[in-house]
Design a protein around this ligand. Structure first.
Ligand code: SF4
Length: 329
């Protein structure tokens, strides 16, 4: 028999400033140029967001050579390599760059350290779009380090000129373990000038750690290809949750997960609209979990202005929706 049934709702959760900006950028481009507007890769890693934008006339493609010449194409929040920018330009596409400014910051760091002839150890998941984009800024200088274990084997030519950078959406704890192992091998390893793991990723991990301590079960709303959502499941399990699962939609919550469960923790990844969390809460309420307590560990009010290509309306006036930022948790 479960005790008093309750939900601990993590905050911050859900949309970050970079995701909000990217989604608004596609909506704005559709409004301004009419459908279809092409988007290279998923604008953000959430199936619901992508499906909704498809309904409004966005067409998602894998590469710019699938976009008709002269059309508008939006680059996703995860960023693109210079090779993609050049390919779009060669095709005469009108590109709108919705790369999150915090990803762009990491790109700039990569360019700068490559110029100074550093070996850049980029901690991140090989094959993830963000890592491809960042590595593409300095392909001859970047070595991808996927895990703490890989840190034990990575080879560099000059151990006196090594710096680590990272993907923005990793587990903070696992990344620090990777760095610890790298530094044990390369004592002169330099740190990035500022944190590469972004504020939203860090805040959501801190909040779910606090929730997980008291949770029999944690439900993370987010898509399977969303790095920060998948990390939230891992972090919850590492910090005391007896079980943790990821769902895209409320109807994926299985009855057997709730057997004997008193406290359910709920959170969502940085690309997840709040409506999906509310649907999970309704589902849980139907199963007797009506008592919802928010566990807040940070306030967020960061906003990014829209991509520069969209900041002015066609008559030259500054667009009143130039700021994103609907994504306060
Ligand atoms: S998760 Fe972080 S890096 Fe990614 S879009 Fe959001 S703020 Fe930007």
């Amino acid at each position: 028999m479960a005790g008093h049934k309750r939900v601990l709702l993590a905050a911050p959760r859900g949309y970050c400033a970079g995701v909000d900006r990217a989604v608004v950028a596609v909506e704005k481009a559709l409004e301004r140029y009419g459908a279809p507007v092409y988007v290279r890769k998923q604008i953000v890693h959430n199936i619901h967001v992508v499906t909704e934008l498809e309904g409004k006339g966005a067409i998602f493609v894998d590469e710019v050579d699938e976009v008709p010449e002269g059309a508008h194409v939006v680059f996703s929040a995860h960023g693109v390599s210079p090779a993609v920018v050049n390919a779009a330009s060669d095709r005469g596409l009108h590109a709108i760059d919705a790369t999150c400014p915090l990803v762009t910051k990491v790109h700039r760091e990569a360019v700068r350290f490559a110029r100074d002839d550093y070996r850049i150890l980029l901690i991140g998941h090989d094959g993830h779009e963000e890592v491809e984009g960042t590595a593409g800024e300095a392909p001859d200088h970047v070595t991808i380090v996927n895990s703490p274990e890989e840190a034990d084997h990575v080879v560099v030519d000059d151990p006196s000129k090594v710096v680590w950078l990272s993907q923005t959406t990793l587990s903070v704890d696992e990344t620090m373990e990777t760095v610890r192992r790298l530094r044990a091998r390369f004592p002169q390893l330099q740190d990035p000038p500022s944190d590469d793991i972004c504020y939203a990723t860090q805040n959501r991990q801190v909040a779910i750690k606090k929730v997980a301590r008291d949770a029999d079960l944690v439900i993370v709303v987010g898509s399977a290809n969303s790095s920060n959502s998948v990390r939230l499941v891992e972090v919850a399990l590492e910090h005391g949750a007896k079980a943790a699962y990821r769902v895209d939609y409320a109807d994926e919550v299985r009855q057997e997960w709730l057997d004997g469960v008193a406290t359910v923790g709920v959170t969502s990844g940085a690309s997840v609209p709040e409506v999906l969390v509310q649907e999970v809460l309704s589902q849980l309420a139907g199963a007797g979990y009506r008592d919802v307590e928010e566990v807040r560990t940070a306030e967020e009010d960061l906003m990014f202005s829209l991509p520069k290509e969209l900041r002015q309306d066609p008559s030259g006036r500054r667009d009143e929706r130039a700021l994103g930022g609907r994504g306060r948790a």
